[in-house]
Design a protein around this ligand. Sequence first.
Ligand code: ZN
Length: 408
Amino acid sequence: MTKEVRSVEFVVLPTSRAKARKMFRVAGACRFVWNHFRNKNLEDYQKFKKGNGDRPSVSHFSLGVEFTKFRHETDWLRELPANPVKYTLKYLADALKQAIQGKKGFPKPRSRKKTAPSFTLPDTANFRIKKLDRKYGFLRIPLIGWVKLTRKGGNLWENGVPKQVVLRHDGRRWRAFVFYEVEVEERMDDGEVLGVDMNVRQVATSDGHFYFLPDLNKKEARRMWYQRRMARQVKGSNRRKDTKRKLAKVSRKIANIRKNWIHQTTHEIAEKCGTVAIEDLNVKGMTASAKGTVENPGKNVKQKAGLNRVILDTAFAEIRKKLEYKCGRLIEINPAYTSQTCSECGHTDKENRKTQSRFRCVCCSFTSNADTNAAVNIRRLGMAQLHGEGTDISTVPANREIDTRPVN
Ligand SMILES: [Zn+2]
């Protein structure tokens, strides 16, 4: 048995106006505190970056000490629960640390318009959850009171310990994400690996199965239509507000369909096999283009890359994240040439892939679906990595199955 964190999603049912107003105030305070301490640290950071300043040292703790002082002097902050607002500084401290290490840029300010209102109840915040059954439950937010919840996603963890709650407003309702610490049984390991080839609209597995994303074309066209219409309408007009509401609704629907699909697909994959091999996203992100891969580029790649890249990256990242906790083990392999190599004889050639979907080996005339072929290659590389061999596809004999002989 090992301890893992699982999240359950709830929607906060309509509550009294006073409570709703207070929730927005807490979220607003979080935004204010984020911006306040961000700006405070900006100068030190810029000096350090230019090379004429010490390396700034910030931590959740040091910011927390400053916050306590700041809150003491600020009347309106004192009226709000301290812990959720203070916890914003944990996120800020993490972001600042990454910026100082040069891993990411300096954290951006949070604007009222562009940032969804949200706040986190850490386990020190003294929140409570009661009467949680299959559908409904109650959450007590300190200084705000009890709010009713209805479950939207995730299993109930009856023996789980709720550790943290993230509350976020999606433009229409408040959502509560409750993070439980749960005991889970370690999964069986039979040495088998399932290869997974990811695409934006479909996932192929090495056993020949496909998972297709439901058709979103109509909804996406509708979304684009609303976007264009909104651009034409007068700012502040009621018609524009109406379009904005409709746009938000269709966007939410698209996001939900995508999310559901990812959940169901990854669940089924995890049920099939304890160990799953996928493409390394860092490498994939660099090579994936609007059409095919870098080894087999499509036309107008640069023009198409922008938007598609964003969708691609988020879809891959989401699938990977879900697989990571649903599967026993996740192996990441270098995706180079997985789409061009014949999974039967190992021959690697651009010509093998005449079209986007068909694979036909020029050497042994093996034919297959291109994505299934890639998934089989991914599986083999995963196998090779699992058994401690090289990960370069050219060094792995193509027709190798599990090889338990010692490597000399
Ligand atoms: Zn072949």
